[in-house]
Design a binder for this molecule. Sequence first.
Ligand code: ADP
Ligand code: ADP
Length: 228
Amino acid sequence: APLLDVRDVTLQYKTKAHLVTATYRVSFQVFKSDRYVLLGPSGCGKSTLLKAVGGYLNPTEGEIRLKGKAVCRPGPDRMMVFQEFDQLLPWKTVKENVMFPLLASGKLRGKAAEEKAMQYIEKVNLAKFANHFPHTLSGGMKQRVAIARGMAMEPDVLLMDEPYAALDALTRRKMQDELLQLWDDTHFTVLFVTHSIPEAIKCGSRILLLSPHPGQVKAELDSVPRDV
Ligand code: ADP
Ligand code: ADP
């Protein structure tokens, strides 16, 4: 059975003037240890779809099931990593940031949370920086902390929304290699979004190609102010 089953999902946003169809009747299945990629141009609905899997949005139509149970809100079984660097708490160290969801969710306490956090901080090669504060780290390093934090929760599926988009080309390549190594070691299940074909081919084990829904393009054109 699939770990994640997305069936005939349509997602719409109601704005003042329009109904924007971000995702139209999309279906896919993610199996354990897949590195599943949602690939497509900007605006095709990748982020919206990922947010729905994360439980931040509910499908207008269709169904999203994780291990057979309908997803309707965020949960520790689906940790999400975003593309921005400022997802870390600035007043907490690297280790405290990685421990935070473990403690907040009640999954682990005290020493056990600390050990779990260190285990994943080591996996992203930041052990030496465990007691540093985020503002002392580079962009790439902060992104690795965010990934360690997501992984430390050992979710059923790690959701990543263009996690490398904000990095320079060299750092991005280093991180892609590092992450592939990590996947080889841990067999994590990942669902990630990218608009980069090379990234999808390099990092993905399965790729779903999305194209903009015609109605969605029309809605966007309609919303262009007439005097431009
Ligand atoms: P992608 O991640 O592929 O760039 P998005 O999921 O961000 O695409 O957006 C898909 C479509 O939904 C776009 O047409 C976008 O303008 C629209 N959209 C996204 N978020 C909102 C929102 N909060 N309100 C209205 N429309 C939105
Ligand atoms: P950026 O995100 O700024 O492009 P990197 O993440 O590659 O850069 O790291 C920037 C600097 O931080 C590098 O010069 C490197 O020396 C240092 N650095 C990054 N990761 C580590 C690490 N695990 N151990 C020691 N130094 C590191």
